[in-house]
Write a protein that binds this ligand. Sequence first.
Ligand SMILES: [Zn+2]
Length: 325
Amino acid sequence: MSWKEFPKVELHLHLEGAAPPAFIRGLAAEKKIDLTGVFDEHGHYAYRDFDHFLKVYEAATEALKTPDDFKRLTQAVLEELAEHNVVYAETFVSPDFCGGGDVGAWREYLAAMQEAHVDGVTLKGIVTCIRHFGPEQAKTAALCAAETHGDFILGFGIAGAELVGTARDYLWSFDCAREAGLRLTAHAGEWGAPDTVRATWKDLGVERLGHGVRASEDPALVDDLAETGVVLEVCPGSNVALGLYPDVAHHPIARLRDRGVKVTVSTDDPPFFHTTMTKEFENLERAFRWGAEDFDALNRTALEAAFCDDETKARVAKQLDEATP
Ligand SMILES: [Zn+2]
């Protein structure tokens, strides 16, 4: 069946990574920016592997220059979320792509993003530093996050090339964000082995892990994750597209869930990975025979792990209650 109408909650979505290719092509044409190599002959984003994906991602963001570009991007992303009945989403936003770390400029970009609106969809932001830009630039991102913690910016995290440096290199940034009251998440266990998942989780003190799926290779770590209730932002379509697993049937999400780990489902960078939240649900149904009860449980876990306040959670829970068949 199609799960399009089923309500959804998504916690792991990179704002620039959610940009529809046609939107980026349009912006690039307006600005006369050459994006040769970013798209394939079908107009999809083109990349060979994860490192090349990061390069193409950064090249595509070249078209996103002004706060108004980010307002239009946010509007396009909200409309896509609404199309798939995502009622609540948290999106990663990066000062590195929005004013280069200047707090004043960052505020303008955030204000512009918040002008975008679609009825029925709540969107919140998590500031991410980019790991392969290094610890010094991460500090700038953390300071931007700390300065703008509020109704929209709720959390801080780290994305990018996971195998660069160690989690501890970014400790200052995470401490800074924590002291400012931000909630914390970090990409780990997508490329990194279980020991790097444990190091990132413990050293940075995060309450959610982006991906985290390679933890499945270490039974003791799986037990720890289950016992402490740390939440995994799992993105099966992304992992399959980047070659971590041959298909969703071989993805460890079901095993992790069966072992008591709190899992949620997200799309990461949907047009890059030819996915949507609807497709994710359809693939999980096909691979593991998950149905309405399972997807409702995923939504409730995600909402519980969301970084928004209780009032917002109650409002979104009501939307889920009303829309869940
Ligand atoms: Zn991600």
